[in-house]
Write a protein that binds this ligand. Sequence first.
Ligand code: FE2
Length: 294
Amino acid sequence: MVVKPLKKNSDFVAYIYEIDLSKDLSRELSLQIDELINNYAVLIFPNQIITDKQQVKFTQLFGKIEESGSKSNITKPKDRRLSTKLADVSNLDKNLQLFKRNDPRRIFNLGNRLWHSDSSFKSIPAKYSILSGKTVTKNEGNTEFADMRAAYDSLSLEMKNKVSELICEHSLIYSRQRLGFDMVKELGPDEIKNFIPVEQPLVRTIPMTKRKLLFLSSHIGKIRDWIRPDSMCFVDDLIEFSTKTEFVYSHRWNQNDLLMWDNRQTMHRVRAFDDTKQFRDMRRTTVLGEEKLI
Ligand SMILES: [Fe+2]
């Protein structure tokens, strides 16, 4: 395995070469990758030809798989294209047809264009995400990552003190509201129960590195004991600050790239592409976090 940081002396984003993730990896190698993801937050493995089953096996080296289901999307079980061990972040239905413009599943997926941390809306949020690019969009549809450790470090002392005790409510309802997609109206009372907001601290510490960071996401809709409009203004200011160019890496996809990122330490988003015309087949597996944060 050869590790090449994106920039010299940088601790954000590294390319990993000379490793085949479709093969069984030794315990030693998986521990090394675990250390690398803790240190670099985003790892890029080019040229990984890997089946869904192999991707699941690779993911399980780092913890339990977070299953995809009614708490993370609005696709009905009978309409799923992939196993529940994978999150389908493509623009395709089970018959490999592109979603039509007004399809609620398409509109729901547009939420991925907002800065977020995967599953921050779950009581145990995701640890790592692993995304393999089967059919990629060439000139558009980049995935961008923002370094939440660097953003935290750059806050003024006054702001560090202000954010230190804040608790935020996260829900898919809030992020979709930003797009004008009202899940409360679109879904029935039984379905909407799956998306009740959960509370997360705004600042968290990574156990392995002891670094502090901002745990931000467009899923945030309220700060505990604040009114919603004040919460939204404050959170939007913080998201704007944390996603300045200096904190962001933009990944242009090549076919068979496999990206692994730490949802605790980064936010990400997909950039626009013509999703009603271009196929984008991406398969995500997710490592469940280890514990509730509150
Ligand atoms: Fe995501």
